[in-house]
Design a protein around this ligand. Sequence first.
Ligand SMILES: [Ca+2]
Ligand SMILES: [Ca+2]
Length: 199
Amino acid sequence: MKNIAPFIFLLISSVCFASTTGTRTLPPTYVPNGYISVTINVNVDPGVSGVIVREHIPDDFTMIETSVQATYQVMAGTEVDNNGNIIYKWVAFSGGGVPSFSITYRAYVPPMASGDYEFSGSVMTLDNPEGTQITGDTILRGGKGDINNDGTVDISDVILCLRIAIGLNQLNQKADMNNDNIVDISDVILILRVSIGIL
Ligand SMILES: [Ca+2]
Ligand SMILES: [Ca+2]
């Protein structure tokens, strides 16, 4: 009995110090003048009565639509931080504890967008007012998909990606849509989705 005491202590500690967290999922890439869809899963500790999610998207991007999957009402709003950045906020309060929820938003990508973009945000609770950084995806990779460098992602690029995937053409980093360092059928499907505008 004595031997398992440390393990019981560790178990209790991990429950006590578990925190409410957020995990972001970004699409593998974007196309300028298009739209992206982003999901934040918020895992709320049992008994936490107030949660605030704050999210900052790249400056030139425009949030056009948000939706929340929750069994409890989550209010959405915006604020401007000390640096003049727009912060998108979602707030939930419940005396009996806020259930875990997820947020999905769509954002418009400006026509001049290029390169990689960073997303940042945090999840605050009443006993953690400093907040915990949202983990998961933080960088939205640009410059993917336009394999033939003609400025658009269309069926020609899908065909090139397919040729690379089956070894007929040389590897091209722009064809690795999901950034896993190989070009295979997953990338062909992603590039097809980009070409028809459903990323
Ligand atoms: Ca192209
Ligand atoms: Ca890949």
